[in-house]
Design a protein around this ligand. Structure first.
Ligand SMILES: Cc1ncc(COP(=O)(O)OP(=O)(O)O)c(N)n1
Ligand SMILES: Cc1nc(C(=O)O)sc1CCOP(=O)(O)O
Length: 454
């Protein structure tokens, strides 16, 4: 069969006005993972990161009509349910999905992170009776699994029993009991029971992550992969990776539980591409002016770096630079290796520290110290800061990678902003250096050229 260019996934769920959970999280997840998302809205919630102040359910016929109308024209390859709110909506959804027969991921939403009930108590039996048997995959957390099975879940053994019960006694094809709140350790472990076997999906636990919408986005990611035709195990593997990233790089807004960030999955690779291209563009300018740069390349070589967006940049692996650096070569310069993430240590740390003070400063380059360059920079009105490396505290010297952050921190303290230029005149075993900072590599290179040119 010919593969579809646009697999279609449907979310049958409520709206979160805060944009963190519900259909809003689902549609972002669908888009990030590359399917066309369609919607059957069940309920409108007035919600933010810490409370739900209103719920307005749609008529069940309207929910069913949305699914059928989309199906008739666009088609549906797989779907997911989220907030179903009441037993009439549950019956309408179960009946419609059963008739159409697409794979369905059921996220048995009961209570919002903020504590508000999103499923009426009268609807619990309907959820178990009508939704569980039609679930290709059901994704309860500890609390939801306890409600569905009537079991107490205190450890992974209990989670296994609950997952097996949901499949063998209640009729789901596969059940994943999410381990977020079970035996809390270094890893987050989800237990799946499917086809007579248990599976474990592990990821490092993100301690300070954003969790509002986790269940929504995770189940939506599984639905996407099913819509693409992946088998259940592969679908859950991808969804686990996806949700770990979405939690780690959450959207830090609001006073309560901040929302997951499904866009991180595509935003980070896109940014990385843009950053590499920006460094390459600036390297071309260096090559065009290589005779001018030749004299100001230090013995250790120069590097030119750029970090990804400060929302995402954490380590030197989030900063691109020249592998092998830029070195003097004849009367010009040579770009030794390719532009790669993690290729710089010194300039990368300088930028990572600068970004803590001013997130717009994402690029830097080092030049050989020359007092004429410093004089010209001062004349041009740049903010220039001198650092005496002899004052570097012992505890900084002794820790690998601490010197450059110390230089940046000390410079910032002096002028209460990120300077254009930070220089030192060296110390025992430390080459004297000028460091040029700016927003982009092209800006940094033009700044460097403006002081190199006589
Ligand atoms: C409209 C709507 N649907 C679902 C939820 C649940 O999201 P959250 O409270 O973050 O919990 P999980 O996604 O982790 O189950 C909601 N709040 N609103
Ligand atoms: C060796 C060295 N020291 C520098 C300083 O600023 O003190 S810049 C530099 C060269 C560039 O290093 P990288 O490739 O790790 O960014």
């Amino acid at each position: 069969m010919k593969k579809k260019l646009y697999p279609i996934a449907i979310t049958i769920a409520g709206s979160d006005s805060g944009g963190g959970a519900g259909i809003e999280a689902d549609l972002k997840t669908f888009a990030a993972l590359g399917v066309h998302g369609v919607v059957a809205l069940t309920s409108v919630t007035a919600q933010n990161t810490y409370q739900v102040t209103g719920i307005h359910d749609l008529p069940p016929e309207m929910v069913a009509r949305q699914i059928i109308t989309v199906w008739e024209d666009i088609g549906i390859d797989a779907g997911k349910t989220g907030m179903l709110s009441n037993s009439e909506i549950i019956r309408a959804v179960a009946e419609t999905v059963s008739k159409l027969g697409f794979p369905l991921v059921v996220d048995p939403v009961m209570i919002a992170k903020s504590g508000a009930p999103l499923l009426r108590p009268e609807a619990m039996n309907a959820l178990i009776k009508y939704m569980v048997p039609i679930a290709t995959v059901i994704t309860p957390n500890k609390h939801e699994a306890e409600k569905i099975t009537g079991m107490k879940i205190n450890n992974f053994e209990d989670a296994r029993k609950a997952a097996k019960y949901i499949v063998e006694e209640l009729g789901a094809t596969a059940a994943i009991v999410k381990g977020g709140h079970i035996e809390v350790g270094e890893e987050s472990i989800d237990i799946m029971y499917y086809n007579g076997k248990f599976y474990e999906f592990r990821a490092p636990r993100i301690v300070d992550g954003c969790t509002h919408g986790t269940g929504c986005s995770f189940s939506a990611a599984i639905a996407v992969e099913l819509a693409k035709g992946r088998d259940i195990v592969k679908a859950v593997k991808t969804a686990k990776k996806f949700i770990t990233m979405a939690i780690k790089y959450g959207v830090k807004v609001g006073r309560g539980a901040c929302p997951v960030n499904p866009m991180a999955w595509i935003e980070i690779p896109a940014m990385k591409y843009h950053v590499i291209e920006s460094v390459k563009e600036a390297l071309k300018i260096i090559i065009e002016n290589q005779k001018l740069f030749n004299k100001y390349i230090p013995e250790t070589g120069s590097n030119l770096v750029m970090a990804i967006d400060p929302r995402y940049a954490e380590t030197i692996n989030d900063v691109a630079g020249v592998k092998g650096r830029i070195v003097r070569y004849g009367d010009g310069v040579k770009i030794v290796g390719p532009v790669e993430f993690g290729a710089s240590s010194h300039m990368a740390r300088l930028v990572l520290t600068a970004m803590k003070y001013d997130p717009s400063i994402r690029s830097a380059m080092n030049l050989k110290y020359d007092e004429k360059l410093v004089e010209r920079a001062e004349k041009k009105g740049y903010i220039v800061v001198y650092i005496d490396r002899r004052n570097e505290p012992e505890e900084v010297r002794l820790v690998e990678g601490r010197s450059i952050p110390w230089i940046m921190e000390t410079a910032f303290k002096k002028v209460k902003r990120v300077p254009d230029i930070i220089y030192d005149t060296g110390d025992v075993g430390k080459e004297a250096m000028i460091r040029v900072l700016g927003k982009t590599p092209v800006e940094v290179v033009y700044k460097a050229l403006s002081i190199i040119r006589e």
